[in-house]
Every structure is written in structure tokens, then in C-alpha cells.
Design a protein around this ligand. Structure first.
Ligand SMILES: C[S@@+](CC[C@H](N)C(=O)[O-])C[C@H]1O[C@@H](n2cnc3c(N)ncnc32)[C@H](O)[C@@H]1O
Length: 423
């Protein structure tokens, strides 16, 4: 499985006219490489287009100049000429030493040659996975040490039935087998893993002159819930190596108000669910994978909600919120992020086209909603009518409900847009 694209090109280019490029694999068809056009004159590569299509190529050029690309009609075929530079001045530009490409193909795109994924690429996995495992081991060890502060902490932690993280933990699906070797009780290990995942906090800390990334469990501070509009934040104070929870400047916190922090920016609901075991219907980072060509105009769409400014400021529209319009929340921002848009500087909005597009997008949302076996009202009813349901079941139903509410919010946002669109 391809988990990442790597296209690596070390330094400038050296071009040879010879036939030694045949070691390239997977049906590479290159006439003369476009890639090189910037550093070669049109006389040398003149007008010849590169068409490359390859999945896995790993070619290393030695500094003596093993060629990467083969020219279509070599002008010379003597051995000496094979190693002769097209133009000696290229030596000054350095050698191409290494090119690796995985899971990509090069083809002509709207802006000339482009790099395209040759297959679906799954989201890259969190690099912190290893941290989670280390932290889990440490936590289990701490619990076993007699008369230890961590045993007090243990009493505050949710039980295995109460903890909802790992609900969508596909990344740990192969874990139990490994865990069997690590832990006497795999279930306990999974529980500790879910504690470590959902409660550890990452910081850059300074140790001597070194700045290092550190993950830590900070009892009590880890009781703060998440909000995308938090009133607090975590801070690592370098000078006395102190973990502090601070209120956000200018943000009043009223007596009795819950204090919250933003666990993460940019996580979709599925990732939130996987790591923390909850989702939110107004997650501005959630996405809808639209398949059609319908696009609407970003400026025009945002102006319908009186939202403007840079993306971060899109979050909250204090003016409308003060007027009691709670509609302008994360879901509208998420819609603005997720809807296929004309890019900046493109067409001005043409109302009839905008309405047509908005309708097409709404239809696609409706189709996605229709794929669920329950409606959002039915999900809400299940939640309301079963107060005794387990935490995990509740989190799972909420996750499904939140997806639907998000889709419905986008449909609603497109309705408002069509109503308010300027002629
Ligand atoms: C760091 S703990 C926060 C305190 C936690 N409620 C506890 O039991 O101590 C993180 C867990 O709290 C819950 N949580 C935090 N913020 C939430 C939110 N906005 N909505 C739903 N659950 C949330 C999730 O279960 C998450 O895994």
C-alpha cells in the first residue's frame, strides 16, 4: 500500500546523450524530459515533451553520471560519446544523483506537466503512535509502583466501559497480537493505551540548550474538555519548566463556566473519534467528499453569511452571533472549506450558475444522507430514549448523528446562500 508520495530530486541536472537509461522500470516513456527544461536550452530538449508514467522507480545515478533519462534518438552511439556531456557547462550545475518516485505519475495537466497520484493514498498515520505505546507502558508501570501519586490519579480515570477512545481505532487493529507479548492483560493494555492517547499533551521543551518534543500526562490538567472556541490553553514555561494552564487573553471566564482547551486544530471527526472518542457536529475541519463538477464562489458564499477575512477568522462571526443567529458556527465555516469553490481570481459569481451548483451540491449531500439506515431525528430519539446506554454506544451514535447534522447544515447553508445571493 502506498502511504506517502515521495518525489525526491537532489540537485540540478546533468544530461547525457546516450542509451544507458534503459534500466528504468515500469514502462517509463520519456522522450526528452520536461523536468530538465528549466536548465537546458530548447535546442537541446527542444519542444519534446516528457510523458512519464511509473509507479515505483528507484534509480540512483553515480557521480560519474549514470543517466536517468534516455533520449529518444541518440545522436551518438560510441561508448565515449555515451559519457560525453551535451554541454560541458552543465557540470557547473551539479549532478542529478537520485530520483525516487512512488505511487505517482507525471502527466500533462492544465498548467503543463503535473504530478498525479497513481492510486488512492490513505491518510498518513500519526507519527506519534510510538509515543502512545511508550506512554502506555510508563503509565502501567507507574500504577504498579507502591505508594505512588499515580495511584491517586488512577481513581480519576474513566473505566474501560466509560472510555470511548479507540472506538474507531483502525490503526490499532493489529495491536492485540503485539500487545499479548507486551502485557499480561491485553484489555488492560488497550485501556491504558486509550488513556495515553486521549490524555497526553505534547510540548516543545528545553533541556539544557536542546529543544525537544515531549509528550506528558499532566493529572488534573487532563480533565479539561475540548472546544474549538476554548477559553484556556496549555503552556510550557521554559524558564522554570512549569506546565501551566492559562486563560486566553481577552477572554472573560464567568463563574461556573466550563474551562476548555482546543485539543487540536485541523482534525476531522473521524480522527477526533479515533484519538479522543468524541465528535462534534460543528467541526470546522470536517470534509464532504463531493464527486461532481459543481463549484460555487467562495467570496459570494461567505458574503451571504457576512463572513470575510482570513480562514482562521472565519470561525466565529461575533456580529451575527450577538444578533442571536447561531447559524454562523463551525459548520458554515466547514461548509466554506469543504464545498468545491472557484478559486480566487476566477469567475465572478453568476447567480444562475451559482444556484445550479448549489442545488447539485445539495443533492449530493441528500444522497449521502440517504445511505444511512436512520435519520438524524431517529438517532436523536435513540439517544433521548435510552439514558442508560453505554458510553461507547452513545459516542458511536453521536458520531453517526454528527455526520448527518453536518451534512444537513451544509444543505441549509446552501439554502441560505441561494436565498441571499446578490443579483
Ligand atoms: C483529556 S480527557 C478530558 C476529561 C475527561 N472528560 C475525563 O473524563 O476526565 C479527554 C476525554 O474527554 C472527553 N471529551 C473531551 N472533550 C469533549 C467534548 N468536547 N465532547 C465530548 N467529549 C469530550 C472525551 O472522552 C475525551 O477522550
Amino acid at each position: 500500500m502506498v502511504s506517502s508520495i515521495l518525489l525526491q530530486q537532489s540537485i540540478n541536472c546533468l544530461i547525457y546523450n546516450n542509451q544507458l537509461g534503459k534500466n528504468l522500470k515500469n514502462g517509463l516513456t520519456i522522450s526528452k524530459p520536461n523536468l530538465m527544461q528549466k536548465c537546458t536550452s530548447s535546442k537541446r530538449i527542444g519542444g519534446i515533451k516528457a510523458r512519464a508514467s511509473f509507479d515505483t522507480i528507484e534509480t540512483t545515478l553515480s557521480s560519474t553520471g549514470f543517466p536517468l533519462f534516455q533520449t529518444e534518438s541518440p545522436q551518438e552511439d560510441t561508448l565515449a560519446s555515451k559519457f560525453e556531456l551535451v554541454d560541458p557547462e552543465f557540470i557547473k550545475m551539479g549532478f542529478l544523483r537520485d530520483v525516487r518516485t512512488y505511487g505517482v505519475e507525471f502527466r500533462e495537466g492544465p498548467n503543463g506537466m503535473g504530478v498525479y497520484a497513481s492510486r488512492d493514498i490513505e491518510p498518513t498515520r500519526r507519527a506519534k503512535k510510538d509515543w502512545d505505546l511508550r506512554m502506555t507502558c510508563l503509565l502501567l508501570y507507574a500504577f504498579e509502583c507502591e505508594k505512588n501519586f499515580w495511584q491517586l490519579y488512577y481513581d480519576f480515570l474513566p473505566s474501560a466501559e466509560e472510555c470511548t477512545s479507540l472506538l474507531l481505532a483502525t490503526e490499532h487493529s493489529a495491536m492485540p497480537l503485539k500487545v499479548k507479548r507486551l502485557a499480561r492483560e491485553p484489555e488492560r493494555f488497550m485501556w491504558a493505551l486509550s488513556m495515553a492517547q486521549s490524555r497526553q499533551i505534547g510540548f516543545k521543551i528545553r533541556v539544557g540548550s536542546l529543544v525537544q518534543h515531549a509528550n506528558m500526562l499532566a493529572p488534573y490538567a487532563d480533565m479539561l474538555s475540548h472546544s474549538s472556541q476554548p477559553n484556556c490553553f496549555f503552556h510550557w514555561r521554559f524558564k522554570d519548566r512549569m506546565f501551566v494552564v492559562m486563560t486566553i487573553a481577552g477572554r472573560r471566564v464567568k463563574k461556573g463556566e466550563e474551562m476548555t482547551v482546543n485539543y487540536t486544530n485541523g482534525m476531522r471527526n473521524n480522527m477526533l473519534m479515533q484519538r479522543y472518542g468524541f465528535s462534534t457536529p460543528a467541526n470546522p475541519w470536517d470534509v464532504i467528499p463531493f464527486s461532481g463538477n459543481a463549484k460555487i464562489h467562495l467570496d459570494s458564499f461567505l458574503s451571504a453569511f457576512n463572513i470575510c477575512g482570513s480562514p482562521k477568522e472565519y470561525y466565529h462571526n461575533a456580529k451575527l452571533a450577538n444578533e442571536g443567529d447561531n447559524f454562523v458556527d463551525g459548520a458554515v465555516i466547514a461548509a466554506a472549506r469543504t464545498l468545491p469553490m472557484w478559486s480566487e481570481g476566477d469567475l465572478p459569481p453568476v447567480p444562475s450558475l451559482e444556484i445550479k451548483s448549489a442545488k447539485a451540491l445539495q443533492e449530493e449531500c441528500q444522497e449521502m444522507l440517504a445511505e444511512y439506515s436512520t435519520t438524524s431525528e431517529q438517532d436523536q430519539h435513540i439517544l433521548d430514549s435510552s439514558p442508560e446506554m453505554s458510553w461507547t454506544r452513545e459516542a458511536a451514535i453521536k458520531y453517526r448523528l454528527h455526520r448527518k447534522l453536518f451534512l444537513e447544515k451544509v444543505i441549509q447553508a446552501l439554502d441560505v446562500y441561494q436565498d441571499r445571493i446578490l443579483f
